[in-house]
Design a protein around this ligand. Structure first.
Ligand SMILES: Cc1ncc(C[n+]2csc(CCOP(=O)(O)OP(=O)(O)O)c2C)c(N)n1
Ligand SMILES: [Mg+2]
Length: 269
């Protein structure tokens, strides 16, 4: 799939995500918009996945460690054929499989439960290590938030991955510069990430995480070490009035804002 096609799919996923947040009256729209280009590249270009056989042993693994944006993953999985697209309208409804945070026992294609920040990377290290032990050929990808990197558990997993020589592991940090209620720089500012990751023995790439022509080659990069992609993104990317505004971490658009956002995202579908 070419970058232009991927961009079109990402816009469609953004639009469906926005609609679902509006209808459900809840969601984490800012961090969903920042992550969707990377999710699109993973599921529509880079990863080996089997929507009709989601547990196929050779499948590549993806762990959405920033589980609060589970909706973005559901929309991506639905578009890729893992679940019916019309199921998205059940998001957050009683008895729906599509909870606020992803549940691997309910949703096909979800590899592990996430939501409590700081757990996805340690789990992904385990998945990659398991592949080394068994000789399996799958690659493991994991996405964390930049605020999430403040969780100490990540900084135990990072040197372990280097020690184990996990060249079958790719960490993507969605570096949108905001966490919940504050900018990263005004709290425990871990940026810049690159020197810290390099000092732990990782191979590091730094990209525009909302530009398909940078995302795809970075995700396809392989080295002899675990690979971290510091993806510079915009929280709320694609919707002008949400971009880089701290309050859009989990605010829900009103009717007027919704109309504007739909118009912006529909522009070049
Ligand atoms: C352990 C833990 N503490 C707090 C929360 C509540 N919480 C949900 S999202 C969030 C902010 C995360 O910021 P970041 O990782 O930068 O995510 P993004 O900007 O991509 O939405 C917080 C504190 C949580 N889910 N888990
Ligand atoms: Mg963030």
């Amino acid at each position: 799939m070419l970058p232009n096609d991927l961009d079109r799919i990402a816009r469609q996923i953004r639009l469906r995500d926005l609609q679902a947040v509006y209808e459900a009256g809840a969601g984490h729209i800012g961090g969903e918009m920042s992550a969707i280009d990377i999710l699109t590249a993973l599921y529509f270009r880079v990863m080996r996945v089997f929507p009709d056989a989601p547990r196929q042993p050779d499948r590549d693994r993806f762990v959405l460690s920033k589980g609060h944006v589970g909706l973005a993953l559901y929309v991506t999985l639905a578009k890729r054929g893992f679940l019916p697209e019309d199921e998205i309208s059940t998001f957050l409804k009683p008895h729906s499989r599509l909870n606020g945070h992803p549940n691997c026992n309910k949703v096909p294609g979800v590899e592990t439960n996430t939501g409590p920040l700081g757990h996805g990377l340690p789990v992904a290290v385990g998945m990659a290590k398991a592949a080394k032990i068994t000789g399996a050929s799958y690659h493991t990808y994991v996405m964390t938030g930049d605020g999430e990197m403040q969780e100490g558990s990540n900084w135990e997993a990072i040197p372990a991955a280097a020690q184990f020589g996990l060249n079958n592991l790719t960490l993507i940090i969605d570096h949108n510069r905001f966490q919940q209620g504050a900018a990263l720089k005004d709290t425990n500012n871990l940026a810049p990430f690159r020197p810290k990751l390099e000092s732990f023995g990782w191979h590091v790439s730094e990209i525009n995480g909302n530009a398909m022509d940078e995302i795809v080659p970075a995700l396809e990069t392989r080295s002899d070490r675990p690979h971290a992609i510091v993806a510079h993104t915009n929280k709320g990317h694609g919707i002008s009035f949400m971009q880089d505004r701290v309050d859009w971490h989990h605010k829900v658009p009103n009717a007027e804002q919704y109309k504007i956002a739909v118009a912006e995202l529909s522009e070049s579908l």
